[in-house]
Design a binder for this molecule. Sequence first.
Ligand SMILES: [Zn+2]
Length: 100
Amino acid sequence: MDIYCRFCGEPWDHDELHDMSDWIEQDITYKQAAKRFRELGCNAWEPDSNERCTHEPIEPAHIMEGIGIMQDMSPYPDEWSSPDEIGFMFEFAEMLENEI
Ligand SMILES: [Zn+2]
């Protein structure tokens, strides 16, 4: 399963959260790694970084917004939706609107 940077949309394998301790040379739990990823995006794996990822977004603005909303709603990475799922939700919402 992939998780997506909320600032640029870059996919990361969710298992890499388990390895974040090694990357940043700090002893952190999986839960702390997930929190760090929510706050910093790709930069979460940079040692000594407390700056957010500043890469150009690779997904449209509404998808980027959706990624952020999902990450704010749940601390559990396996509940975070992918850009495809978010795109589908938008399409579905639009379809419902058109039916009314
Ligand atoms: Zn990023």
